[in-house]
Write a protein that binds this ligand. Structure first.
Ligand code: GDP
Length: 179
């Protein structure tokens, strides 16, 4: 199977209910629905315009976060060229879960320069509250992986959703550039 070189596998991970599916469907289909039926994994394809004359083709894997078999999870982590770790800005447990997943990715890949965006979703719910500021401070202090950046989004109101994917591709370019 021959794939053009600008195809990237993006894996979206995070605790249940943080808005993974909402982010992916907002990005891929420009839609938001209040409810969805959770599935184990869904794969979406979407071209992303990066700059004049340059596009990337993304295969986005929306995961349900729970796996009955650890081996399956490992395969999922191996599949990813780049990762979106989602937490909800009003739920500090979900941030801890995202940070655990970050370590799991580094372990599965055997390196710590994996392109990644740590995304605080649902920023429409908690903007400016103490909880929000706390989670942001914690996320900033802990997301020290190389090539891992922070972003905040609202899948509901389409805030910064495409920006996350564009920023992720910039991290991929950075990881692939000679240092
Ligand atoms: P997943 O389990 O991580 O895939 O989460 P879902 O995408 O199913 O979202 C869980 C719930 O959060 C749903 O009721 C969504 O409508 C809601 N939700 C997702 N993103 C946002 C957001 O940005 N803002 C708000 N207010 N709700 C959201």
């Amino acid at each position: 199977l021959l794939l053009p070189r600008n195809v990237y596998n993006v894996v979206v991970l995070g605790a249940g209910g943080v808005g993974k599916t909402a982010l992916v469907t907002r990005f891929v289909k420009k839609e938001f629905t209040e409810r969805h039926v959770p599935t184990v994994e869904d794969l979406y394809e979407k071209p992303l315009h990066l700059r004049k004359g340059v596009s990337a083709f993304l295969q986005v894997l929306d995961t349900a976060g729970t796996y009955h078999f650890p081996a399956m999870r490992k395969v999922t982590l191996q599949f990813g060229d780049a990762f979106i770790l989602v937490y909800s800005v009003n739920d500090s447990d979900s941030l801890n879960e995202a940070l655990k997943l970050q370590q799991e990715i580094y372990a599965a890949k055997g390196r710590d320069d994996v392109p990644m965006v740590l995304v605080g979703n649902k920023c429409d719910l908690a903007s400016g509250t103490d909880k929000h500021l706390e989670s942001h401070a914690l996320a900033s202090s802990l997301s020290r992986g190389k090539n891992c950046i922070l972003a905040e989004t609202s899948a509901k109101f389409d805030v910064n959703v495409t920006g996350v994917f564009t920023a992720l591709m910039a991290q991929v370019a950075l990881a692939n550039s000679p240092r």
